[in-house]
Ligand binder design. Structure first.
Ligand SMILES: [Zn+2]
Ligand SMILES: [Zn+2]
Length: 210
């Protein structure tokens, strides 16, 4: 099957200003999931890009090894935001406010690429393996992707990927952090608690709006 072959996949923000590549992509080399957590929802709302959320408030995420992701154009317009002091680094394109990726510190060798960069072309990364944090969706999600079996399989897949990336040194180079100093390559702002709180009102679940 051709879908199991690895292939480079083009990544681009809405306006094309930020452009890059996910190398050697295949369904087994990455993890395609949907996240319904309120932080991912808040991030989209913060960018004014709630249009990118699915009908239940979900975001497509493709988790990949940092060394397999690079940007050949517009890297200088990528910006970072954290929803709180200790929150994930959430990267976006300053040109058109397209979410680019989520990362933890560079010690954890993974990049959660925003599905928006794939412009709808997910063939090479395969179907969604599982949906996470469905309890925080803006409306009930009842697909098989939220089931315990799908989630357990996905977490086992991610654990294998992370271990492999760590062992093979695929945490570097990292498109978002400098090697050595581990400093973010681009400016990162941290939302104030009040800003974060204001965003929460836009997120699910509807019965627990804070
Ligand atoms: Zn753009
Ligand atoms: Zn999330």
């Amino acid at each position: 099957m051709t879908s199991s072959r690895t292939k480079d996949v083009e990544l681009a923000c809405r306006c094309g200003g930020v452009h890059g590549v996910l190398r050697r992509a295949s369904p087994s080399a990455v993890n395609h999931c949907i996240c319904y957590c309120d932080d991912c929802q808040a991030f989209a709302h913060h960018l004014g890009r709630a249009d990118l959320l699915d009908v239940h408030g979900g975001s497509d995420i493709v988790q990949a090894a940092p060394a397999d992701v690079s940007f050949d154009r517009g890297a200088e317009s990528i910006l970072g935001v954290r929803l709180s002091e200790k929150g994930m680094f959430r990267w976006f394109s300053g040109c058109c406010n397209t979410p680019v990726a989520n990362t933890l510190t560079p010690a954890v060798p993974f990049v959660g690429l925003s599905g928006a960069l794939f412009q709808g072309a997910f063939d090479q990364v395969g179907p969604v393996r599982a949906a996470v944090q469905a309890k925080l969706a803006t409306s009930p999600v009842t697909t098989g992707e939220t089931g315990a079996v799908a989630q357990a399989r996905m977490f086992a897949h991610v654990a294998r990927l992370l271990l492999g990336w760590k062992l093979r040194g695929k945490g570097w180079p990292n498109p978002f952090f400098e090697a050595g100093s581990l400093a973010p390559r681009r400016p990162v702002t941290v939302l104030t608690p009040a800003e974060r709180q204001a965003l929460r009102a836009t997120c699910g679940p509807p019965t627990a709006r804070r």
